[in-house]
Design a protein around this ligand. Structure first.
Ligand SMILES: Cc1cc2nc3c(=O)[nH]c(=O)nc-3n(C[C@H](O)[C@H](O)[C@H](O)COP(=O)(O)OP(=O)(O)OC[C@H]3O[C@@H](n4cnc5c(N)ncnc54)[C@H](O)[C@@H]3O)c2cc1C
Length: 430
């Protein structure tokens, strides 16, 4: 579970630590004995979600008042990490469920809608999917064409095509991002809708390289009734805010997969003998493990930074992107090295390393690819640099006009401008 070196202990409440112990028990009891079978059948059983809901895993961050656990972002990410050690597909499902399917209505829906859907969304009675991606709208969410039209009777009608939607075809309810009109500048206006998934038409389960038991779905919406979530035209901002939290879940998933692969490789190094020695004695392999450890610890520190900022209510778009980018790439590298350490055995399905390796690859793509994270990071840095330059210019102007701006005067140094941290620009591509 948590490592003794971990700084996490300083940032988790006693109830959160107790909950994480329960999550570990849940994994040992409900997931570990079945994960291989689910990989073969490429299905996750429905009652797994019900059990997870009853155990509080479907509402980790939702407040107790609506039926959730009321825990923080770090606890959420560590829950996903523990799940990923046993089943990457289920971890991905619960990462999306908690951050997107619960987070979206929790923070943006009307009280009336919230009353209607909670606690069924949290207790495992309903499986919910979150549908943004379309055949022509992946990284560039402005490509969404699913249309929402307000009917004369006041009901919204949705028509469109969604793809790569986690559990879309197995869901009971779905949150759908759609174009609800155009704004005053003629740009597409996006809104989010709550629909009954029974109205959607299943196209197929998309076969994937990893996270195979997850039902990655393609579906169509033809005259499906939807209920507006929150304010019309604010759907994209809401979606992006939810993705900020969702990325912390992907960090957790990355760490879980990387750590699980390392545990197998370490054991293999102790038992496998070649050239009359345990392979643990080969420095080439020792160094591979050393690199895995260093990188995973660095990713843990980045998770901590982003999660603590998020829990403090600070904008953490930049920190979340940094953590997601780094942790997902680290997980892929770690799984790849561990597979190499295990040799042919690692490449077979007699062990789990190859599954972790395939599952980890998803972390570099889902909820914003690595390239999109680099784009977000560089754009945020650029905006901050522009703001600093603009503040500095206005300070120089006001000084030239002699209007006495606020100053800090350190001992023995000339007074300079008060350094106010630039305001974070939070908008970005999904
Ligand atoms: C297993 C799985 C589950 C998923 N679950 C969901 C879900 O539940 N709901 C949902 O809405 N979506 C879901 N997705 C979709 C996922 O979020 C998108 O696939 C992802 O955002 C990337 O979009 P894309 O695949 O269309 O890639 P594209 O946007 O087509 O990108 C192709 C390549 O171009 C790169 N690229 C794109 N734009 C830029 C740029 N500006 N600069 C540099 N490079 C760029 C990308 O990084 C990528 O390498 C899921 C996907 C998978 C595989």
């Amino acid at each position: 579970m948590l490592h003794t070196h971990s700084l996490y202990y300083d940032h988790l409440k006693a109830e959160e630590l107790a909950f994480l112990r329960k999550v570990a028990d849940f994994c040992a009891r409900e997931i570990a004995p079945h994960a291989t079978e689910w990989e073969e059948t490429e299905e996750l059983p429905r009652d797994l979600f019900t059990k997870a809901g009853r155990a509080g895993l479907m509402g980790v961050m939702a407040p107790v008042s609506v039926g959730g656990q009321g825990f923080g972002k770090l606890c959420y990410a560590l829950t996903i990490e523990e799940l990923a050690r046993h089943c990457g597909a289920f971890a991905m499902n619960l990462a999306a469920h908690n951050a997107l399917c619960v987070g979206h209505p929790l923070h943006f829906a009307s009280e009336e809608l919230k009353k209607k859907i909670f606690p069924s969304v949290l207790n495992g009675d309903w499986m919910v999917a979150w549908a943004l991606t379309e055949p022509n709208a992946g990284s560039d969410t402005s490509g969404v064409t699913t249309a929402a039209t307000l009917q004369p009777d006041g009901i919204w009608e949705l028509n469109g095509h969604k793809t790569y939607i986690t559990m879309g075809n197995h869901s009971d309810r779905m949150i759908v991002m759609a174009v609800s009109g155009v704004d005053e500048k003629g740009r597409k206006e996006f809104s989010a809708y709550w629909i009954n998934s029974a109205g959607a038409t299943k196209v197929r389960k998309v076969p994937t390289a990893g996270v195979c038991p997850s039902n990655t779905s393609e579906l169509k919406l033809e005259k499906v009734s939807g209920e507006l979530i929150g304010v019309r035209g604010k759907g994209q901002n809401a979606a992006l805010a939810c993705l900020d939290i969702g990325r912390l879940g992907i960090v957790g998933m990355s760490l879980g997969l990387g750590r699980a692969a390392m545990e197998i490789a370490q054991q293999r190094m102790l038992t496998r003998k070649q050239f009359g020695k345990r392979i643990a004695q080969f420095q080439a392999l020792q160094f591979m493990l050393a690199d895995c450890e260093v990188e995973l610890r660095a990713a843990e520190a980045l998770l901590l930074q982003a999660a603590v900022m998020s829990d403090r209510g600070q904008c953490h778009t930049l920190e979340g992107s940094i953590a997601k980018l780094y942790a997902s790439e680290v997980a892929s590298r770690a799984c790849n090295r561990c597979l190499q350490i295990c040799g042919s055995w690692g490449y077979t399905r007699d062990t789990f390393v190859e599954r972790y390796w395939r599952d980890a690859r998803l972390c570099e793509i889902g909820e914003g690819s690595s390239e999109v994270q680099r784009f977000i990071i560089s754009r945020t840095l650029h905006k901050e640099a522009e703001m600093t330059a603009s503040r500095s210019r206005s300070w120089r102007r006001s000084r030239a006009r002699g209007r006495g701006c606020r100053r800090v005067a350190g001992a023995g140094e000339s007074a300079g401008p008060l350094r106010i941290p630039p305001r974070r620009a939070c908008g970005r591509t999904g």
